[in-house]
Design a protein. Structure first.
Length: 70
């Protein structure tokens, strides 16, 4: 997307979520590093399909990370 948002920023979001008194919902790529950063949260992995190349859609998984929503 042209904006750097690395693992350190996701670690900051996870810390905020752990300290949060309210609710949080984040959607990110389902990769091992994100599973590690988001340990302790409610995690759902859903199938998605990237369509950047309309001739060859690419199946992937997306994490839905929640805190305080259930």
């Amino acid at each position: 997307y042209g904006v750097e948002f690395g693992l350190a920023q996701y670690e900051q979001l996870a810390k905020i979520g752990r300290d949060l008194a309210g609710m949080m919902l984040i959607s990110v790529n389902d990769i091992p590093e994100m599973r590690e950063v988001c340990q302790g949260f409610e995690l759902d992995s859903i199938p998605i399909c990237y369509t950047l190349n309309k001739n060859k859609p690419t199946p992937r998984s997306e994490f839905i990370i929640t805190c305080g929503l259930r």
